[in-house]
Design a protein around this ligand. Sequence first.
Ligand SMILES: *Cc1c(COP(=O)(O)O)cnc(C)c1O
Length: 428
Amino acid sequence: MKIDTICVQEGYSPKNGEPRVLPIYQSTTFKYDSSAEMGDLFDLKKNGFFYSRLANPTADAPEKKLAALEGGIGCMLTSSGQAAALISVLNIAGAGDHIISSASIYGGVFNLFYKTLAQMGIETTFVPCDSKSEDLEKYFRPNTKLVYGETLSNPSLDILDIEEFAKAAHAHNVPLIVDNTFPTPINCRPFEFGTDIVIHSTTKYLDGHAVAVGGAIIDSGNFDWTKGNFPMLTEPDDSYHGIAYTSVFGKNAFIVKARAHLMRDLGSSPAPMNAFLLNLGMETLALRMRKHCENAKKVADYLVSRMSGKNAAVTWVNYPDLPSNHNYELCRKYLPNGSSGVISFGIKGGREAATKFMDSVQLAAVVTHVADARTSLLHPASTTHRQLSDEQLKECGVAPDLIRFSVGIEDAEDIIADIDQAMEKAVK
Ligand SMILES: *Cc1c(COP(=O)(O)O)cnc(C)c1O
């Protein structure tokens, strides 16, 4: 099936007389005729549902859909993108281990690595996202367990040189984990460039309507855990009847362990209702992404036109699809059909004018959200990233005057007219 068809059809196919639309299985538990049958499920000898912390049929459908969209072999939904990032790391790293991460990542995940993982005994080295594999060599240690990055970073819109990061990771027998939230599998499929594990904040474009916080982890099935140093996957797990995930589950070891071990222990599972909303959102994902990108290109062109002449009001525009952009080459390579609907820019008058601009928009809404059908905007330095020092802001690629503008799927002319009138008030 082609990608538009997968969005609509994959994951749920009703049998004779069953509901046409994926039902919401609002049930914590599932009934069996004998305790022997249930015992087999607990022992992971049989597939099936028994408790919704671990798996639920309403979550199962979007899991299958998302795995197919990314070209992976398995997927586990989580209660948030943060939980997906945490579980993807804890699944293969523990106290005393080290990870390498691109510095251009979402502020929340940056904090997770910088603060919380450090407290748990996992040390992170942050590196530039455009590093070549030779540059990355020096950061590897004997206890390095993974390399991490974001395809298109939120909010700095930097593009990870995926092939270079994958090459360096594989030379050290560790996997590359990539957060593909912003491009979605419609605009980039990181597995095609050597990524081993993809994660998502499904809260953004995948849901697309700002109705449900959620996350996902997808496994390509390509990484050979037995070649590296991953005792968590290859040695018997004494909390799971002494099974060694790789010997029992082969290629599926990563996702089975994430579910059987970490979802069991951490419990960050998605609600059935949220899984239903995610599935509904993904049905229109391909359509929406095309419109988001088409509109964003028009808005970016407009903003560039306001950088010069007597009406000049914009100081800089960052949209990777613009030929003048420092990421244009990487964008052509990894995101040839468009990056996303997100643009960042600065206006004349710096922080003060930016605030006035935020207060003056009418159609666009000031919200702590990004990547949904409605045009929205945010000033990260005073909101999502306010806990970061100026030094850390710089490391994440966030300028103090940066306005993150998330272009929706309304008519581009209306969006531009709104920017125009707000700019009129903000820039003297
Ligand atoms: C929002 C976001 C996250 C965190 O996801 P939540 O669903 O808010 O927990 C992680 N990565 C990226 C790129 C994001 O945009």
